[in-house]
Design a protein around this ligand. Structure first.
Ligand SMILES: Cc1cc2nc3c(=O)[nH]c(=O)nc-3n(C[C@H](O)[C@H](O)[C@H](O)COP(=O)(O)O)c2cc1C
Length: 385
């Protein structure tokens, strides 16, 4: 790992924190590079009341001075505004039993039951506070920093929603549609699908139900040869899949047309190779989604993920209370109806972390200038190859 980070913080604790290690010195970086990402993650039609309370803003506590990274570990902090309502409940000092807002009815589809058994908690809040997707706010902030590095290397990205609650977008993604995606409350390319998706979210909310969907992220401008074929843990597709599967509620991941391609013959799946003086090596199709042999091939990277519906239902499923062992209705912690639009932002941000790591692994460099020179030299060589 060259771009390393750890995050900490509970959903209703005072703050989320991350320390990022391995950033070259000299990357231009201000809070304005990060805060718009946090805003996008908070948005999307179908979010719960929590997101109306939070107004996520990042603070840098180390590793950046006068708007540039110094090469030292970067510490990021996001305060939880909601904490002021939870100070007593989240107080680290010894407190009274039974605890306030204790949660004993594990939600099917959430971390509550397995986490309770594993860590020996009978107040399942001790599980859900960290299992909550609130932690992704910090990972998106780290992804924003990764994006800043990638932008310096000529890489750009997009994140959007091809399907939500069974409503499929029929307008294929183009880079020109990015503004429409950013303006769409469900981050869809297709205005008709958007209207229907919103209708379904409203209906699910009225029924106390929740919705899942498909997320997609794209990256263009990547050099060929990030990752490697030589060892299992260096394969970039495997590294991307790990990161994507770590997004709460993601249950499937595909690169390019993976699942559809599985039904077609090879002649209709693989992307024929071409070369020209001005473009170098290229493909006319990109069904592989920019990855072959665990390495980028210079085409657009296309990563898709399936997000299951939110586990917390306002019309709860049956469960069993972990204290009384009596049948119960699953807990109804304040919750979203759907997190699909937000998750597409998370996908985009987190894949960027894997790519930034792959760039630093291949090219190294203690300063941005050094890194850029190495990438530029390699790009020339790749064109001539
Ligand atoms: C942006 C986002 C917001 C989420 N919000 C909620 C929520 O409000 N309520 C809930 O039960 N699950 C929510 N989830 C999903 C849970 O965090 C997740 O299902 C749970 O941690 C169990 O993990 P698993 O689904 O990966 O197995 C959200 C997920 C994402 C990506």
């Amino acid at each position: 790992m060259n771009f390393r980070f750890l995050s900490a913080g509970e959903s209703h604790g005072p703050q989320l924190t991350a320390v990022v290690d391995g950033l070259p010195a000299g990357i231009p970086l201000t809070v304005d590079d990060v805060d718009p990402w946090l805003e996008k993650r908070q948005g999307g039609y179908g979010r719960g009341r929590r997101m109306a309370i939070e107004r996520d803003r990042v603070r840098f506590l180390s590793g950046v001075r006068a708007g540039r990274t110094t090469g030292a570990p970067l510490t990021l902090v996001i305060e939880n505004r909601d904490w002021k309502n939870w100070q007593e409940i989240m107080d680290p000092a010894p407190g009274s039993e039974p605890r306030k807002r204790a949660l004993t009815a594990p939600r099917p589809g959430h971390a509550d039951l397995s986490g309770g058994i594993k860590y020996g908690h009978k107040d399942l809040r001790d599980v859900l506070e960290r299992a909550s997707a609130r932690e992704t706010a910090m990972r998106v902030a780290v992804g924003a920093v990764a994006h800043k590095l990638l932008a310096e290397l000529g890489v750009e990205s997009a994140g959007y929603v091809p399907a939500l609650g069974g409503v499929v977008s029929h307008v294929p993604f183009t880079w020109e549609l990015r503004e429409r995606i950013e303006a769409s409350p469900v981050r869809m390319t297709d205005p008709e699908a958007e209207v229907e998706a919103i209708r379904r979210i409203d209906a699910a909310k009225a029924a106390g139900d929740t919705l899942g969907g498909i997320l997609e992220a794209r990256f263009r401008g990547l050099v060929p040869g990030l990752g490697s074929h030589v060892q299992y843990d260096r394969k970039l597709d495997g590294r991307i899949a790990q990161m994507v599967m770590s997004i709460p509620a993601v249950k499937g991941v595909e690169i390019g047309e993976a699942f559809a391609a599985a039904a077609r013959p090879g002649s209709e799946v693989h992307d024929a190779i071409y070369r020209s003086e001005e473009r170098g090596w290229y493909r006319a199709t990109n069904r592989a989604g920019g990855l072959e042999g665990g390495m980028t091939n210079g085409e657009e990277l296309v990563v898709r993920a399936a997000l299951k519906p939110i586990a917390t239902l306002m019309q709860p499923l049956p469960t069993v209370d972990v204290v009384t062992h009596e049948p119960a209705d699953a807990a109804r912690e304040r919750s979203d109806v759907t997190a699909v639009p937000a998750a597409s932002v998370i996908l985009q941000a987190l894949v960027a972390i894997v790519l930034a790591d792959a760039y630093l692994e291949k090219f190294g460099g203690d300063t941005l200038e050094e890194l850029k020179e190495r990438v530029a030299r390699y790009q020339e060589r790749a064109l001539e190859y």
